[in-house]
Design a protein around this ligand. Structure first.
Ligand SMILES: *Cc1c(COP(=O)(O)O)cnc(C)c1O
Length: 362
């Protein structure tokens, strides 16, 4: 199978093997040793010494934790949305009773830091800014470094949904001023769905102390207390910790700079081949096109679901469809995690065949 969804991503052999191991007592030394190693390696890849808490849930649970732990009802926040996942941060914030100012962009646009600056100046009562680093729905990457300068310059808390970026696309948690960074195991981290990682800076912990939103399972006070003895407050997905131990060993061996370079190379490969066939990318500015997922419009008259089905049935190639307003109009190719050139070339060959595009003369 050629799984080219932007999460879940394929599993390396050593990760699959780790998943077959028997259970241990999650309050005992064997689990603590796994936790310690995972915690150390994650810190290197997050480029931070901030706490990183490991939650048993999908990425959305991590986003929910990032809202429930740092605010009280009625707090003003600025939610920047460039797509379906930015909208999700908006919905979670509203569900928890926050006073949301939405800064919303059209699909394919990236956020302009100047707009964020203007929104913060227009309402000094805003306490925090939420941003999606890489909106997986449009394959567009925001300039989190530039946005961080604006947000920290204004003295606000900065929360980043980096679920489909960190570990594949550069993100320097501390250097870029990110107070809370959320990601999930089934994206760059090459493990099955079910774990979210949330980093928390000292200013975020300070806000946490006075934050009154209701929380229990996702109470980060409990997660931090348990992390100090290399444990979790509730029963963790133990198998996923084994898997993460194995995948982080692979990431350490490859090295972060090589991982980032590989994703840049693969992003260029996919964009280059689609452009050669005249397939229009969703991101307007190619400098902001994602190195983990490429979203493109189908040619006039092509039926997205039929193309997806044919790819699946004839070639065992699995692409993702569009979400929200882009459903039925686009397809998305994931190229993050455990992936190299051959699988991508195979998927693109199949796509060209299904779309009956004439071969390019070489
Ligand atoms: C995958 C993803 C999510 C959602 O994560 P789930 O694990 O499906 O809950 C949120 N934000 C972004 C940017 C994502 O790519």
């Amino acid at each position: 199978m050629n799984l080219r969804t932007p999460g879940p991503t394929p599993l390396p052999p050593s990760v699959r093997e780790a998943l077959t191991r028997d259970m241990v007592d999650h309050r005992g030394p064997a689990f603590a040793a796994v936790y310690k190693e995972v915690d150390k390696n994650l810190h290197d890849l997050f480029s931070t010494t901030d706490d990183i808490l490991l939650l048993t849930c999908s990425g959305t649970g991590g986003l929910e934790a990032s809202v429930a732990n740092f605010f009280s009802a009625g707090d003003k926040v600025l939610v920047v949305s460039i797509g379906y996942f930015g909208d999700r941060y908006d919905k979670i914030s509203r569900a928890y009773g926050l006073d949301v100012t939405a800064l919303k962009y059209q699909p394919g646009q990236a956020a302009d830091p100047a707009d964020i600056q203007a929104a913060l100046e227009a309402d000094p009562g805003i306490a925090a800014v939420m941003v999606t680093h890489n909106d997986t729905s449009t394959g567009t990457t925001n300039d989190v470094e530039a946005i961080g300068k604006v947000v920290k310059g204004a003295g606000k808390l900065f929360l980043v949904d980096a679920i489909s970026s960190i570990g594949s696309i550069p993100l320097e948690t501390t250097a870029w001023g990110c107070d809370v960074v959320v990601t999930a195991g089934q994206k760059s981290w090459m493990i099955p769905p079910g774990l979210a990682f949330v980093s928390v800076s000292p200013p975020a912990w300070e806000r946490h102390q006075t934050s009154r939103l209701p929380r229990f399972y996702f109470d980060l006070t409990e997660a931090k207390k348990a992390s100090e003895i290399s444990s979790t407050p509730w029963t963790p997905a133990i198998s996923l910790f084994y898997a993460l131990q194995a995948s982080l060993r692979l990431m350490k061996e490859e090295g972060l700079s090589n991982i980032l370079a590989r994703h840049a190379r693969l992003g260029n490969l996919v964009r280059g081949r689609l452009a050669a066939r005249g397939l229009k990318p969703v991101p307007e500015d190619q400098a902001r096109a994602s190195n983990t997922v490429t979203a493109f419009y189908l040619p006039e008259g092509a039926d997205a679901r039929a193309v997806q089905r044919e790819l699946r049935e004839r070639f065992d190639v699995h692409l993702a469809g569009g979400q929200g307003s882009l459903a039925g109009k686009i397809l998305r190719i994931g190229h993050l995690g455990y992936v190299q050139e051959p699988e991508l070339n195979e998927a693109l060959d199949a796509l060209e065949t299904v779309l009956e595009l004439a071969p390019v003369a070489s």
